[in-house]
Design a protein around this ligand. Structure first.
Ligand code: KG4
Ligand code: ZN
Length: 338
């Protein structure tokens, strides 16, 4: 049997310090995450400088734990993969500097991975034979994109948000509803007790057939609704607000994803990024895909939010075509996907 390719992957673009070992792009042998959620919660969001400091404390322990969990030694590693953008520059630099030093010391190739490509490849970790071409909806805290995946080397952005990312909208609305950080999952929980048809919040469709998104108007509508209710002394059902907001976001995301998939004759739809953990989005997208005769794939929830296994999977396809990075690789906070 041919020997497996073991990639040690590192992710530190935001507030999770993560290390994983992925063999042949599909087998997760370790997926370790040191979360800083508790640290940043009292600030209501990620404080970049604090994130960098915690990455520095966590990076060696998470890599050590990943190797121990996989039952491997540094000598078994075939390549070192790392996220080099987009993200918080100080946070990225911690993982990147460590990865570069390690690749140099081991004499193994360094693979620089785009964070969003990592999110997309969480889908290929779970479904390596996912039918291509595919349309992927990437919805994270910092990005909202529709991406056409022709094959493992050719991709094209079909649409993007013009203002807030979907996850950012979830987090901001959660905050005005008094929910703790990170708001997305908390808002989803609250919405379970509410009526999604209670308040007709606006849907931003933009120009006819546009595949772009806009969520800032919706966010303002929620803030105005709460403000007005407070002014006139009207009691607010927070669960109804959460459910109605979530329904508005999901309807736009699902409709535009289906439009993209049918217009570009995709063979499947893939959902990726932190917001892909949202149950209502998963359910609605799957049901819309079924109606259009298109299979819809989403990674297991733990692979939707930031992790290093997804970076290891994306890196494997780069490894196969020897797409290696020089040791001069720098962190690029606004790294474009194309
Ligand atoms: O991809 P991710 O882990 O980090 C970034 O690359 O940004 O995404 C984090 C985002 C946050 O905005 C978080 O609130 C949102 O994903 N999120 C959710 C859910 N789980 C995470 N949004 C809605 N519903 C969820 N269940
Ligand atoms: Zn992410």
């Amino acid at each position: 049997m041919a020997q497996e390719t073991n990639i040690l992957a590192i992710e530190s673009s935001c507030d999770e310090t993560a290390a994983a070992i992925v063999s042949d792009g599909t087998r997760i042998r370790a997926n370790i995450i040191a979360s800083q959620v508790a640290v940043h919660r009292r600030f209501g969001g990620v404080v970049p400088e604090i994130a960098s400091r915690h990455h520095m404390e966590n990076i060696v322990p998470v890599v050590t734990e990943a190797l121990a969990t996989a039952g491997l030694a540094f000598g078994d590693v075939d390549a070192v993969a790392v996220t080099y953008g987009p993200g918080l520059v100080g946070a990225l630099l911690v993982g990147l500097s460590y990865a570069k030093s390690l690749a140099y010391a081991l004499g193994k190739p360094l693979i620089g991975v785009h964070h969003l490509l990592g999110h997309i490849y969480a889908g290929f970790l779970a479904y390596p034979d996912l039918p291509l071409p595919a349309v992927c909806l990437v919805v994270s805290g910092g990005h909202t994109n529709l991406v056409y995946l022709e094959d493992h080397t050719t991709r094209r952005i079909l649409g993007s948000t013009r203002d807030d990312a979907a996850g950012e909208a979830f987090d901001k609305v959660a905050r005005v509803l008094g929910l703790p950080y990170p708001g997305g999952p908390e808002l989803e929980k609250l919405a379970r007790e509410g009526d999604p048809r209670a308040i007709p919040f606006p849907r931003a469709w933009l120009e006819e057939n546009s595949l772009d998104f806009s969520f800032s108007g919706l966010k303002s509508a929620v803030i105005n609704y709460l403000h007005h209710a407070r002014q006139v002394g009207q009691e607010v059902n927070r669960a109804d607000v959460a459910a109605s907001f979530q329904a508005a976001v999901v309807e736009v995301l699902v409709t535009k994803t289906l439009l993209a998939a049918t217009s570009y004759r995709a063979g499947s739809i893939l959902l990726a990024g932190g917001v892909a953990a949202n149950s209502v989005l998963r359910r609605e997208l799957r049901s819309a895909g079924e109606q259009a005769g298109l299979p819809v794939f989403f990674p297991p929830r733990e692979l939707c939010t930031d992790n290093a296994a997804m970076i290891g999977c994306a890196a494997y396809y780069q490894y196969l075509r020897r797409d290696f990075a020089p040791l001069s690789l720098n962190a690029i906070p606004d790294l474009p996907l194309n």
